[in-house]
Design a protein around this ligand. Structure first.
Ligand SMILES: *Cc1c(COP(=O)(O)O)cnc(C)c1O
Length: 393
């Protein structure tokens, strides 16, 4: 008989009971160092006192009113995102997929409003992941996500990641824009070179199309900047953010420049839950912490310590590991063994990580991790790799 919970996930045989900071405790009382953070979601770690208090205060006051009315928390969070990014306006939704899909709609709407309704196609790159809605799986074009869900939603083309000639050649009279992750997450923790991102900006400008970044995973301080695009010194026209933004509360946002956002007139898009007072309390509390002076420096310090340690492990275990990848606290180890074997071994020793594409083990720890916790993770990695090496011998 089918279990009551639909069998869409191959779950690890473990359930967690509570958490604190970078640690989780399972239902048997075992402690784990959480370098997965619920897939880059628990940006402040588990049960951060400021986030807990903000949500607790709001839940006892008002949870939901709908977007029929003004929501002061939305205005506050939007103004803060506008003040700290390229964006002039923000729309709040509940998840990464929704944030991306709205961005795609906005690309079409922008050209429609500007008298070019034939421009509706969006170009993505290989290794992309943009979410699980019909449009998002059609954008990502990964066989394993599309299988059995055809036909694909029309309007997406894909070119090889890193190949600018292919990108230029793919742009036609129907192209609306380009959509990429500045650091690919699910695809295998690939940080796009800054000159590649700058070239995409130039190409978009040259052809009069839009550039959208999917920073659902790389955003909200994950790479040591509020958003990863900042490293490249350019800005997109549209950006999708989610995962870390609510620190565990489901919250996404689509941000855009005025010329794009102004085409989204009243009635053109909507959501029942998106941006409700409870979600806004969470988002504002996360920004209180992430935007505080010194926070990003801390991310960079921990990231460097961790990256250096991972590089040492790659040098030490060349038969097990191929390379270190990523940026900031979004790091990956590309394996020569099966990535899932390393993830399981690390879990046995009390360290949580997340598998990613291209045989990568992904580390996306809470942004509040300390040097001591980084060292603890590296020690568990060392122990696990030495055991795997012995087993392989
Ligand atoms: C997780 C993710 C999504 C989808 O987010 P959901 O909240 O699962 O809908 C989209 N894009 C990227 C880059 C992601 O990492």
């Amino acid at each position: 008989m089918i279990p009551a919970v639909m069998p869409t996930y191959a779950r690890y045989d473990i359930a967690f009971d509570h958490g604190e900071g970078a640690y989780l405790w399972d239902t048997q009382g075992r402690r784990f160092l959480d370098f997965g953070a619920g897939i880059a979601v628990a940006s402040l770690g588990h049960c951060h006192p400021h986030l807990v208090e903000a949500i607790r205060d709001q839940v006892g006051k008002l949870m939901h009113t709908s977007n029929l009315y003004h929501i002061p928390g939305q205005e506050r969070l939007a103004e803060r995102l506008v003040a700290n990014t390229f964006a002039d306006a923000v729309f709040f939704n509940n998840s990464g997929g929704e944030a991306v899909e709205m961005g795609i709609k906005m690309m079409r709407r922008f050209h429609y409003t500007n008298g070019r309704p034939e421009r509706y196609r969006v170009i993505t790159v290989t290794g992309a992941f943009h979410g699980r809605s019909l449009a998002c799986i059609s954008a990502g074009k990964q066989e394993k996500h599309l299988k059995g869900f055809g036909p694909e939603v029309d309007g997406f083309d894909q070119v090889a990641y890193g190949n600018l000639n292919e990108m230029r050649a793919a742009i036609g009279p129907e192209t609306a824009g380009i959509l990429v992750e500045p650091v690919q997450g699910e695809g295998g923790i690939r940080a796009m070179p800054e000159d590649y991102l700058r070239a995409l900006r130039d190409i978009a400008d040259e052809f009069g199309i839009l550039l959208m970044f999917d920073e659902v995973q790389s955003g909200v301080g994950r790479t040591g900047k509020l958003y990863a695009y900042e490293w490249a010194g350019i800005a997109p026209d549209i950006l999708a953010t989610a995962k870390g933004l609510g620190g565990g509360f489901p919250l996404g946002a689509t941000m855009a420049t005025e010329r794009v956002a102004s085409t989204m007139t009243a009635g053109s898009h909507g959501t029942t839950y998106g941006g409700n007072p409870l979600a806004m309390a969470a988002g504002n509390a996360v920004l209180d912490v992430v935007l505080a002076p010194g926070f990003m420096e801390n991310v960079e310090t921990s990231a460097k310590r961790f990256k250096d340690g991972l590089d040492r492990l790659v040098a030490r275990y060349p038969r097990l590991l191929a390379e270190t990848r990523g940026k900031g606290l979004m790091l990956g180890l590309q394996c020569r063994i099966t990535n899932g074997d390393l993830v399981s071994k690390l879990m046995e020793h009390g360290l949580l990580s997340v598998p990613a594409g291209d045989n990568v083990v992904r580390f996306v720890p809470p942004l509040i991790i300390t040097p001591t916790e980084v060292d603890e993770a590296l020690k568990i990695l060392e122990t696990s790799l030495s055991e795997l090496k012995r087993d392989a011998a």
